[in-house]
Ligand binder design. Structure first.
Ligand code: GTP
Length: 238
C-alpha cells in the first residue's frame, strides 16, 4: 500500500537497537528494525532518520554524576555516529540504499551534513541517517530530529519508542492509565509529559510539525504509521 506521506523524519532511540540487554547493539534487534524500516520504505515515502545514542553513552546521566556536561554530550554525539553506521549496515543488508551524514565533521567516516545534498539523496529514494545530533552540546537528539525534519521539509516526525503512545500516567505502574490518541503541543508542555524535551516540542509547535509517537517493538508499526493508520499518539496544534 502507498504511503500516506511524502517525506517523514523517523526518530529512533539508541535503545531501539539494544535488545533485551538494554545497552550496546544487538545484531538481531537492529536487523529487525532495519526490516521494519525497509517495509515502510517500500511504500514510496522518503525517509530521514535521526538516531539517538543512549544505548552506548548517555550524556545527561554522565553529567549528573559529575562529568562536564559539554564533554559528556560530545561523547553522546559520537555514540549516535556508531549507531548510525550500524543502522546503515543493517539497512543495506536488506537492500535499502542509505547515506549517513554527520553534524560533526568526520569526513573519513561519513559525509558531513549538507542540507541540499540530503534532499537530493532523499529524492533519489535513499534513506538519509543523520548522526551527531545537532552538533551542539545541551541539545538532545529529539531536538536534532525536530531541526532536521524542518530542514528537509518532512510532513511529520515519527517518534518510535518502547510504549504504545502517551498515557496520563505510567501504564507499567497504573493499570487504569489512559492513552491519548491526540494531544496538542501545549498540553504536552503543560503536563510535562516526557515524550520529548521541551526544546524539541517547542520547535515543533512553532513550526506546526506534527509528531506521531508509537511503539517500535510492535512488528509492522512503522509501516502502519506510514500508511496513515491511527496508532500511537499524535501531537499537533489543535
Ligand atoms: P549522487 O551525487 O547523487 O550520485 O550521490 P552519491 O552519494 O552516490 O555521490 P558521492 O559521489 O557524493 O558519494 C559516493 C559515496 O561516497 C557515498 O557512499 C557517500 O556516502 C560517500 N561520501 C560522499 N562524501 C563523503 C565524505 O565526505 N566522507 C565520506 N566518508 N564518504 C563520503
Amino acid at each position: 500500500m502507498k504511503s500516506a506521506y511524502k517525506r517523514i523524519l523517523l526518530k529512533l532511540s539508541g535503545e531501539a537497537l539494544a535488545g533485551s540487554q538494554g545497552y550496546g547493539i544487538s545484531p538481531e534487534t537492529i536487523m529487525q528494525v532495519a526490516q521494519d524500516v525497509a517495509e515502510a520504505h517500500k511504500t514510496g515515502a522518503e525517509i530521514g532518520i535521526v538516531i539517538g545514542g543512549g544505548n552506548i553513552f548517555r550524556g545527561i546521566a554522565a553529567s549528573a554524576k559529575g562529568m562536564d556536561r559539554a564533554s559528556s554530550d560530545y561523547m553522546g554525539m559520537l555514540a549516535t555516529c556508531m549507531n548510525a553506521l550500524a543502522l546503515q549496515d543493517a539497512l543495506e543488508k536488506v537492500g535499502v540504499h542509505t547515506r549517513v551524514q554527520t553534524a560533526i565533521a568526520m569526513a573519513e567516516i561519513a559525509e558531513p551534513y549538507i542540507r541540499r545534498k540530503a534532499m537530493r539523496h532523499l529524492e533519489k529514494k535513499r534513506i538519509v541517517i543523520f548522526a551527531g545530533g545537532t552538533g551542539n552540546p545541551f541539545f538532545t537528539t529529539d531536538t536534532a530530529a525536530a531541526l532536521r525534519a524542518m530542514e528537509i521539509g518532512a510532513e511529520a516526525i515519527f517518534k518510535a519508542t518502547k510504549v504504545d503512545g502517551i498515557y496520563d500516567k505510567d501504564p507499567a505502574k497504573f493499570p487504569d492509565a489512559v492513552k491519548w490518541d491526540e494531544l496538542t503541543y501545549i498540553e504536552v508542555l503543560n503536563r510535562q509529559l516526557e515524550v520529548m524535551d521541551s526544546t524539541a516540542i517547542s520547535l515543533c509547535m512553532d513550526n506546526k510539525l506534527p509528531i506521531l509517537t508509537f511503539n517500535l517493538k510492535v512488528k509492522g508499526n512503522i509501516l502502519r504509521a506510514f500508511q496513515g493508520e491511527k496508532i500511537g499518539t499524535l501531537i499537533k496544534a489543535n
